[in-house]
Ligand binder design. Structure first.
Ligand code: NAP
Length: 248
């Protein structure tokens, strides 16, 4: 018996990076897993097969998290195919980094839509089946940047700070129905999102990380297992940093 046996999880952005680590770890803990991708169809279908080979039900679904109508259709499809949603992980995210003076409206809007509006889109529609079950765990992927801010990431930091306010509000709104809502604030995790940073920036991060290394997707996934499982039934409205003590 895994920590997530009998549970159904929906993870946005499960085709790469942290999301891919989450779906693998959830399947290893016995969860049936639906996950989304935007463009990496080949990678997503390979992961679906991997999860099925682990003996759980899995489905990779192309769905733009920033699109309200697609989020509504996605939740309907997952409930139809899996019967319920116990755990929603709003993980999909992008960066469009640049200094404020150079940031254009499109760079602002895209990051807010994919990172923050998506959390509204998915939570809004997943809450109905969760309310019906009087149970659920929602996990939103924020960032230490949403807590501290970061030069050159005003759009990203605003989206991640917005997620924290949203998380705490939802925890208060639906707590009486045994639905929990928490955020995770990863520090600097090795994925394609951080691969693009130059060596000087990475060195700068390393100097400030007390554990003296970058984090791994698996280490964020472990925190998701805790918040998604019955190990955390009295934990809600919190922001859990997974950052090697960077946020300390
Ligand atoms: P990543 O490697 O770039 O992967 C991003 C994932 O999100 C991919 O699966 C991508 O799908 C999906 N995605 C992007 N836009 C989408 C959309 N509109 N609709 C649905 N899916 C979409 O990123 P990551 O590093 O794993 O980051 C995952 C989350 O953790 C993000 O929210 C990020 O902000 C947060 N985070 C990351 C770090 C870090 O150091 N890496 C630190 C703090 C927080 P496709 O493959 O189809 O493009």
């Amino acid at each position: 018996m895994g920590l997530l046996s009998e549970k159904v999880a929906l993870v946005t952005g499960g085709s790469r990076g942290i999301g891919a680590a989450i779906v693998r770890k959830f399947a290893a803990e016995g969860a049936n897993v639906a996950f989304t991708y935007r463009s990496s169809a080949e990678k997503a279908l390979a992961i679906q097969k991997e999860l099925e080979d682990m003996g759980v039900k899995a489905e990779a679904i192309q769905s733009d998290a920033a699109d309200y109508g697609q989020a509504e259709a996605l939740i309907k499809q997952v409930v139809e195919n899996f019967g319920k949603i116990d755990i929603l992980i709003n993980n999909a995210g992008i960066t469009k980094d640049t200094l404020m003076l150079r940031m254009n409206e499109e760079q602002w809007d895209q990051v807010i839509d994919v990172n923050l509006k998506s959390v509204f889109n998915l939570t809004k529609h997943a809450l109905r089946p969760m309310l019906k079950n009087r149970s659920g765990s929602i996990i939103n992927m924020s960032s230490v940047v949403g807590v501290f801010g970061n030069a050159g990431q005003a759009n990203y930091a605003a989206s991640k700070a917005g997620i924290i306010g949203f998380t705490k509000s939802i925890a208060k709104e639906v707590g009486s129905r045994s639905i929990r809502c928490n955020a995770i604030a990863p520090g600097f995790i090795e994925t394609e999102m951080t691969e693009v940073l130059d060596d000087k920036t990475k060195e700068g991060f390393l100097t400030n990380i007390p554990l003296k290394r970058l984090g791994k997707g698996d280490e964020v996934a472990n925190a998701c297992v805790f918040l998604g499982s019955d190990m955390s039934t009295y934990v809600s409205g919190q922001v859990l940093s997974v950052c090697g003590a960077l946020n300390t």
